[in-house]
Every structure is written in C-alpha cells, then in structure tokens.
Ligand binder design. Structure first.
Ligand SMILES: CC(C)(COP(=O)(O)OP(=O)(O)OC[C@H]1O[C@@H](n2cnc3c(N)ncnc32)[C@H](O)[C@@H]1OP(=O)(O)O)[C@@H](O)C(=O)NCCC(=O)NCCS
Length: 148
C-alpha cells in the first residue's frame, strides 16, 4: 500500500468511496473544486487500486482541519486510514499551526475510536450539525513546536 497525492483521474473512485461511506455526500463537484483550490488531497493505493482518501486544509490561517477521510468498506481495519491520517498530520505540522480539528458524527463510533487512537481530544458537541439533525463531536489534536 502506498500513500500518494490525488490525481484528477482518481476522482470517480474517490467519489465511489465517499458514497459508500457517508449518508450525505459532498458531491463530485465539491471534490473537484477543493482539489482545484489546492486543498491537501491524498489517496491510499493498493496494487494500483485506490482504497481510501483524505482531504485537509488550513482554516483561519492557524488551524489544521481534516475535511474528510474514508476507506473502501472492503479494505477497512488494514491501517489505510492510519496511513492516510498520519501523512495528513505530518504535512499539516509543517505549517505554523497549533492544532488540527475535525468533526465526527456523534453516532459514528468507529471514526471516534479511530481518532482517539491518534490522541484527538473532544473539544465540544455541536447539536444538529448535520442535515439529518445529528450532532457533531468536534475533536482536536493539539501540538507544540517541540513536537515538530
Ligand atoms: C474511520 C475509517 C477512515 C478508519 O479507516 P481504517 O483504515 O479502517 O482504520 P485503521 O485500520 O487504520 O484503524 C486504526 C485503528 O482505529 C480504530 N478503529 C478503526 N475502525 C474501528 C472500528 N470499526 N471500531 C473500533 N475501532 C476502530 C482501531 O483502534 C484500529 O486499530 P486496530 O484495527 O488495530 O484495532 C474507516 O472506518 C471509514 O472509512 N469509515 C467511514 C467513513 C468515516 O466515518 N470517516 C470519518 C468521518 S469523521
């Protein structure tokens, strides 16, 4: 398995993975738009087949933000998510930021456990964050310059 930069010809496959992973999709145009804006966009590839992706950026100039991460259902628990998130964190840490934030659906226990493994902490709960009125847990990974 390798982690590499997203390429436009990965778009269809990334969208397929997103669709099987979330009830509410960002939509293919949103992915295209984020890529064109220069957002951090990595994919995990297994024998030439894209099995997962992560999208991330810097918000408010000082805050890393994980926009979306997902792994194909048939390839979960094989550490593709770990490899993707580790690389995204590594890239973000090269910038002058103090923390990395993300939102996770309050009912998404799998992802919550996954982020806890990375030492993400709970910041707050935002009720009715998602379209279907489910709440979000905002989590953050603090770090200091000495972590770099
Ligand atoms: C969350 C997600 C990206 C994890 O990807 P993954 O490649 O399966 O995760 P990894 O194999 O790297 O798991 C690393 C660790 O996270 C934890 N973890 C991952 N999936 C878990 C699950 N279903 N239940 C409990 N813990 C889990 C475990 O501690 C795991 O280590 P272990 O397998 O040695 O026990 C994947 O489940 C996914 O795509 N989910 C749907 C989309 C999603 O919810 N994205 C996050 C939105 S906020």
């Amino acid at each position: 398995m390798i982690i590499r930069e997203f390429r436009p010809d990965d778009l269809k496959r990334v969208f397929e993975i997103e669709n099987m992973s979330f009830d509410n999709s960002y939509g293919i145009e949103m992915f295209k738009g984020l890529y064109e804006m220069g957002t951090g966009f990595l994919v995990a590839e297994d024998n030439g087949y894209v099995i997962g992706y992560v999208l991330f950026w810097i918000k408010y100039e000082t805050q890393g933000h994980i926009i979306s991460i997902a792994v194909d259902k048939n390839y979960r628990r094989l550490k593709a998510g770990t490899r993707l998130l580790s690389k995204a964190i590594q890239v973000l840490m090269n910038f002058d930021i103090g923390s990395i934030y993300l939102e996770v659906n309050e009912n998404n226990k799998e992802a919550y456990e996954f982020y806890k493994e990375f030492n993400f902490k709970v910041d707050r709960i935002v009720p009715n964050y998602y379209e279907n009125n489910e709440g979000a847990i905002v989590m953050y990974l603090p770090f200091t310059r000495s972590d770099l």
